[in-house]
Design a protein around this ligand. Sequence first.
Ligand SMILES: [Zn+2]
Length: 195
Amino acid sequence: MAKLYFKYGAMGSSKTAQALITKYNYEENGMRVWLIKPAADSRDGEIILRSRVGLEAPAEVISETADICQLFEKRGKIDVIIADECQFLMPEQIDQLRNIVDEHDIPVLCFGLRTDFLSTLFPGSRRLFEVADTISEIKAICDCGAKATTNARIDGDGYIVTEGAQILVGGNDRYIAMCHKCWVRNIREHRKVKK
Ligand SMILES: [Zn+2]
């Protein structure tokens, strides 16, 4: 029985690298991987998925209104689906992936963030927590040594931002992963956190 996996982590937890390594491992075993990413995150341009450690691979960009089941049917034979930045998928699209797992017995691995810059669940991540078979955490570490769970958004001067839209397109360098305690303390004390 195939499963729907949600592998979540904070910014800087090497989720994209893990997605690409997973793709490589499946392909090494002769399996055909469909790598997808939502259009909402445009930091890598249209079709090349890049990790900070230098791995890269072409990925199909999924628009907010795309029906992933329909795209899947058109693609022909696929053995595995890997989605990066899955927090930006619509809840309905998570349901479509769930449907592919159930109806076609194809594993779907979703890599993404749990929460946004205000420590609130992304809608796509919420749906994954609800319907995924297996949920695991990819850990990142705060400067203090604790596990980083919060994705602090930083302004141009290095201070934490607490207002704004959930998605900041192309603003990948505007985030620092930290533990919740440091996040709250840095906001309260209005400390500069950008190095
Ligand atoms: Zn900390």
